[in-house]
Design a protein around this ligand. Structure first.
Ligand code: 13P
Ligand code: SF4
Length: 303
């Protein structure tokens, strides 16, 4: 099927099945363009809470689709590729949260949204890259266990001085590849550009950037900036979205363009098949949903 026909078929099926398509900012351009809504993890979570449609087709990775299911358990949540995982989310197991709690009984356990539903069920608070600093500031405990991303944890520690943050040693292999040398070289090659990076990048990178932000924070920054050139330190798919928001500006990847292969698995044909066959449905045990909703709701209430 040619892309044009496929898009028409998807739109027809979407209406017939009473479905909504949401896509993360790292999805391939065709999938971003077919979506009813694109955003970062926090925006997508909020969006999925209030949707009126019966089916949510989630174009992203599994922990994001699980978050949508936790927030809208009465909806059918589909992910077009069953194997779209996140190595960072896989770097923490639920049992490890119990071990942290035993070791630090007075600490609040704060987990990045990039965690499985079973791990979320063990958290006190969930955060995203967009709100981690603000949420941790508002938590009454002095001691915080932050998991699983080390770089985001270090970013939080830098910005929240009056708390002790115990940080798990997870990392995103995509953001970990940006280096200090990439920033130094970019400054020389493009002295008139602003350098904007994700907080999952190494501290040596965030320290030298003009702005550190989640993918939605980056959109806000470039929309409000008078600069005409931006160097972006995050997964390369986000540049498609940024170009749409600022068609007059130039965008370059920091160093080599970095790709999250899991974010690139979903193609238009998979979205079509997903709608047609109502697959792959996210199924979570009731007790996990009941427990995992609590840290997410605490986040949504505080953010
Ligand atoms: P955002 O919350 O900024 O969209 O990031 C999600 C993610 O997976 C980053 O790698
Ligand atoms: Fe996970 Fe990194 Fe891919 Fe985001 S970019 S989904 S954190 S592996």
């Amino acid at each position: 099927m040619a892309n044009k026909n496929l898009i028409e078929e998807i739109n027809e099926l979407k209406k017939k099945k009473n479905a909504v398509i949401v896509a993360h900012n790292y999805q391939i351009p065709e999938v971003q363009d077919i979506a009813d809504f694109t955003g970062d993890s926090l925006e997508l979570s909020k969006k999925c809470k209030g949707v009126k449609e019966k089916i949510i087709v989630f174009c992203g990775v599994k922990f994001m689709a699980e978050t949508a299911k936790i927030l809208s358990p009465e909806k059918k949540v589909l992910i077009p590729k069953e194997n779209a995982g996140c190595q960072l989310a896989d770097s923490i197991k639920p049992e490890e949260v119990d071990e942290y709690r035993e070791k630090y009984p007075n600490a609040a356990v704060v987990g990045y949204v990039n965690t499985s539903a079973a791990t979320k069920a063990k958290l006190d608070y969930c955060v995203t890259s967009a709100n981690a600093v603000n949420i941790v500031k508002k938590i009454p405990n002095k001691e915080i266990i932050f998991l699983p991303d080390k770089n985001l944890g270090l970013w939080v520690q830098k910005n929240v001085k009056d708390k002790e943050i115990i940080i798990h040693n997870g990392r995103c292999y995509v953001h970990h590849k940006f280096t200090k040398e990439d920033v130094i070289n970019a400054r020389v090659a493009h002295p008139d550009a602003k350098i904007v990076v994700h907080p999952e990048c190494l501290s040596e990178v965030t320290e030298l950037a003009d702005e550190v932000a989640s993918t939605s924070g980056m959109i806000k920054y470039v929309k409000e900036s008078s600069a005409k050139k931006f160097i972006i330190g995050t997964e390369e798919g986000h540049i498609h979205r940024l170009k749409k928001e600022r068609p007059d500006a130039e965008f370059y990847s920091l160093g080599n363009a970095q790709i999250c292969f899991n974010m690139k698995l979903i193609k238009l044909k998979d979205v079509y098949d997903s709608l047609l066959n109502e697959k792959y449905e996210i199924i979570l045990p009731d007790d996990i949903i009941t427990k995992a909703i609590l840290p997410i709701e605490r986040m949504l209430n505080l953010s």
